[in-house]
Write a protein that binds this ligand. Structure first.
Ligand code: SAH
Length: 356
């Protein structure tokens, strides 16, 4: 039994069942025992591998897409270059290296990272040694100036609530106790104003998910971009509108039961891109099509970049490069499951890679 498990059992005994969102928040970000607080989640030794950890090409191409947006908007200076949930700092390090040759970009950028985990902040500081980095707890603390932002696998780490349709109302999935162990149960039937539109496309017993934090974050970043200029690239797994249970717990690259050993497995859920888009639109931003990651990277020239890198390689290193290219782009690997969304001011075309 982990200590977080003891704490959760004590809390549920005292207060009654808690929502899945409260459970996820404790598991991921508990200041002492949370997954992102304590674990080293990424890479071959960790629990999962993200795109920037697969190949430098990912961060490089994101960098060039954002730098082109910056040039297209008249190279505003100063501007905020920001990342939400930067993990080990790999994507940002690759992005910065790739944009070194863009005249004026580095002189104008003010680097801001939004990161909740002190442990990961330390790793980011090491990866970005030599750069002037400001860490903030929330997107609302970013300076009021043009904002060029990337978020890779950030929204999928935000806690979700789950609801099961029951007549004209919903029963919320909660974490309670059965014989002293954590278990899932359903709360009483109630109406949910935020799910009003889902009464139209669901039937009894269907499960829908809602991320309480996703909409406000999308609204804040869209407001900043609409007001001051800039662009956001949001990359994550998921699709347009959520349906069904997508909660996933991963440990050592294997799926595990989300309720066993809380705090020691990564918990994620598919991102509902419809919510991000509609909120961003309401805040005055244009949004691109939700584009498969493989299509996005191919349009930005990942195959040419891979060829250039391949020229200096042979043997295992070359095999690894070919495998990384395939993993990032192939529809049966990350190419289709992961989607890219671009946000820009309403009068500005979508970032490169997301155009028709
Ligand atoms: N973008 C990285 C890491 C993805 S994991 C990559 O692609 O490799 C999710 C990241 O988001 C971690 O850095 C985690 O600590 C951070 N995170 C999760 N919830 C957060 C929150 N509410 N506020 C800020 N950062 C958060």
């Amino acid at each position: 039994m982990t200590t977080l498990q003891d704490q959760l059992i004590a809390r549920i005994t005292a207060e009654g069942p808690i929502s899945l969102a409260d459970y996820m928040a404790e598991c991921l970000l508990h200041p002492e025992y949370g997954y992102y607080t304590t674990a080293t989640p990424f890479g071959a030794q960790g629990d999962f591998t993200t795109a920037p950890e697969i190949s430098q090409m990912f961060g490089e191409l994101i960098g060039l897409s954002l730098a082109q947006c910056w040039l297209d908007q008249g190279a505003p200076a100063p501007f905020t270059l920001a990342e939400l949930g930067p993990g080990r700092g790999t994507l940002m390090a690759d992005l910065l290296r790739a944009t070194r040759g863009v005249p004026g970009f580095h002189a104008a950028l003010r680097l801001h990272l939004v990161e909740a985990s002190a442990n990961l902040q330390k790793q980011q500081a090491e990866a970005l040694a030599g750069y002037d980095v400001t860490w903030v707890d929330s997107i609302d603390e970013l300076p009021r100036q043009p904002l060029f932002l990337v978020a890779n696998e950030f929204f999928d780490a935000l806690p979700i609530r789950q609801f099961v349709r029951d007549g004209e109302g919903w029963r919320e999935k909660r974490v309670g106790l059965a014989e002293g162990a954590l278990c899932f149960g359903l709360g009483p039937e109630a109406s949910q104003p935020a799910l009003e539109h889902r009464l139209l496309d669901t039937k009894d017993d269907d499960l829908v998910e809602l991320s309480p934090a996703a909409a406000p974050i999308s609204a804040s970043l869209a407001q900043c971009i609409a007001r001051h200029g800039g662009a956001a690239l949001i990359i994550d797994y998921g699709d347009w509108r959520s349906l069904g249970d997508t909660l996933q717990a991963l440990k050592s690259h294997e799926p595990v039961d989300p309720l066993t050993s809380p705090g020691s497995a990564d918990l994620t859920a598919h991102v509902d891109f419809e919510v991000l888009c509609s909120v961003a639109k309401g805040a005055g931003c244009a949004h691109s099509k939700v584009t498969p990651q493989g299509v996005f990277l191919e349009r930005l020239g990942i195959t040419d970049r891979a060829r250039t890198l391949a020229a200096g390689l042979d043997g295992e290193a070359l095999e690894n490069l070919i495998a990384a290219h395939r993993r990032l782009t192939h529809p049966e690997e990350m190419g289709n499951l992961f989607k890219v969304l671009g946000l820009t001011p309403s009068t500005i075309a979508p970032p490169p890679g997301l155009n028709e």
